[in-house]
Design a binder for this molecule. Sequence first.
Ligand SMILES: CC(C)(COP(=O)(O)OP(=O)(O)OC[C@H]1O[C@@H](n2cnc3c(N)ncnc32)[C@H](O)[C@@H]1OP(=O)(O)O)[C@@H](O)C(=O)NCCC(=O)NCCS
Length: 183
Amino acid sequence: MGEFHLKTERLIIRNWQDGDRELMHLVNSDEQVMEFFPARRNREESDATLDRIRDSINEKGYGFTPIALKDSNEPIGFCGLADATAESPEFEGLIEIGWRLAPQFWRQGYVTEAAKRLLQFGFDDMALNEIVSFAVHTNHRSTAVMERIGMKHDPARDFDHPGVPDTHPHLKRHVVYAVGCDK
Ligand SMILES: CC(C)(COP(=O)(O)OP(=O)(O)OC[C@H]1O[C@@H](n2cnc3c(N)ncnc32)[C@H](O)[C@@H]1OP(=O)(O)O)[C@@H](O)C(=O)NCCC(=O)NCCS
């Protein structure tokens, strides 16, 4: 697979670099970013996740990729397409889109800009028929991104996330959004 590299007006979406490790740890451990996730990752666990995702992107040509500012190459978070099966068996064969951004970069439209470009990549370059996304039902900042990029809530597919432990019942219920290539 060649180097993963997409551009938008303000952003670069590329594969992981060693200089992104600090940002990856920040978004995996910051309380505000991780409000809707049951676990936090320490630096060692976060580094291991980055290595695993980077290898997978090199192999498959897609995955959760860093978003960097075009002018400085500074990473501000990640966004990407990934195999949804990893989240729940009912998503067998489907690709999801997801995102996480360092809080100082929230509310500037960066994720919406990156996600629109990734949907285009998914439909035009990967020839996908549908892309899904899901979030804890109270994660309105995330579902607002889904709506801004043209995804629609599909209540019939809402589910209790099997990876969320019973210690965190309020994080179990997930809403599912989807968009098709013929939108
Ligand atoms: C979910 C998350 C990525 C959304 O970030 P965000 O900054 O709200 O989303 P966007 O980058 O699309 O920015 C949209 C906001 O920027 C504003 N904005 C400013 N300039 C803009 C522009 N040029 N284009 C679009 N929106 C713009 C919008 O009005 C909107 O603000 P609002 O929330 O006041 O309505 C972020 O909250 C996050 O990382 N959360 C924690 C991790 C998480 O929950 N991930 C999802 C798990 S399912």
